[in-house]
Design a protein around this ligand. Structure first.
Ligand code: GLV
Length: 325
């Protein structure tokens, strides 16, 4: 049984697969497979452990003649054609868990970095411009007691809310297309416009879907407060990046912290030239703990399907099971 792994992942996952002599590992440690290489490599694979940039679309899935599981090495799966996978009877699994806390912590890090102007002032300090103490430089907001608006109130959004509420006494507004019964502390579910108009920080934690693509564009950013900060650790296309660059240049809002981009790894040239945006290369889940756990989860999901002949532990396309019974 062949398991295709498209990028280097922590050894913890490989060790789990290696316990099963029936499993042969096709380990592509990089550089990324082209779409043609992916199509060739997946043809005789029984399982694949892909990463976010791999486009597991209809063409790839139709080429896969033996595939039983796509054990995604990520929590978000907008790069996978779930409907086609389900029609073809292929399980899809993902890797929640430590990732939830790690991405929420990265959102906090970006919020702090933008507000307290860490990257700009680091540059200032290391390039010798720091010649005397100046009470008027690099001013930013205090976060204690401010309002955090969270768009997409799933596991990660809720965890960021807890950090902000219990750590910084922040008031939490949230917007979600589902009604969420959140009981940990008082947090207000509201319409998007209310959230945009009343939040000091807006943080995105929704999935990328046709409904959330460009959810935040020119009109939405004009509704935000001029000293507001926007954070995106979800998916790049949720924000219209061109409109964001204009918003930052024309100071409709104060700053942005972005871990994800519309055309990763290509970054909008205008954003690269702005000081009021902090950019990181999609490292939200990049803690040692999360990455090791993600590798284990992906491998265990493969073992559950190929060896134990059961659905994966972290099943995404749950309707596949209902269609099988
Ligand atoms: C990261 O972006 C993930 O979806 O795991």
């Amino acid at each position: 049984m062949k398991v295709l792994i498209t990028r280097e992942i922590p050894q913890a996952g490989i060790s789990i697969l290696k316990k099963h002599p029936e499993i042969e590992i096709d380990y592509r440690k990089g550089p990324p497979l082209t779409q043609e290489e992916l199509i060739t490599a997946i043809k005789d694979a029984d399982a694949i452990i892909p990463v976010i940039p791999d486009q597991i679309n209809k063409e790839v899935l139709n080429a896969a003649k033996k595939l039983k599981i796509i054990a995604h090495y990520a929590v978000g799966y907008d790069n996978i054609d779930i409907d086609t996978a389900t029609q073809l009877g292929i399980y899809v699994s993902n890797t929640p868990g430590d990732l939830t806390e790690s991405v929420a912590e990265h959102s906090l890090a970006l919020m702090m970095a933008v507000g307290r102007r860490i990257v700009e002032s680091d540059r200032f300090t290391r390039t010798g411009e720091y010649r005397y103490w100046d009470p008027m430089i690099y001013l930013g907001p205090k976060f204690m007691g401010k309002t955090l608006g969270i768009i997409g109130f799933g596991r990660i959004g809720q965890h960021f809310a807890r950090i902000a509420h219990f750590g910084l006494n922040m008031k939490i507004l949230f917007h979600d297309s589902n009604k969420i019964d959140f009981k940990d502390f008082p947090a207000e579910q509201c319409e998007l416009d209310h959230l945009l108009e009343n939040s000091d920080i807006v943080s995105l934690h929704c999935n990328l879907t046709e409904q959330t693509r460009h959810l935040i564009g020119e009109q939405e950013m004009k509704k935000m407060q001029p000293d507001a900060i926007i954070i995106n650790t979800a998916r790049g296309p949720v924000i219209n990046e061109k409109a964001l660059a204009t918003a930052l240049k024309e100071k409709w809002i104060e700053g942005a912290g972005l871990d994800v981009f519309e055309e990763e790894p290509v970054i909008n040239a205008e954003l690269l030239n702005l000081d009021n945006v902090v950019l990181t290369p999609h490292i939200g889940s990049a803690t040692r703990e999360a990455r090791i756990q993600m590798a284990r989860m992906a491998a265990l999901n493969v073992v559950e399907v190929l060896i134990n002949k059961k659905p994966p532990i972290n099943l995404v396309n749950k309707n596949l099971i209902s269609s099988l019974v």
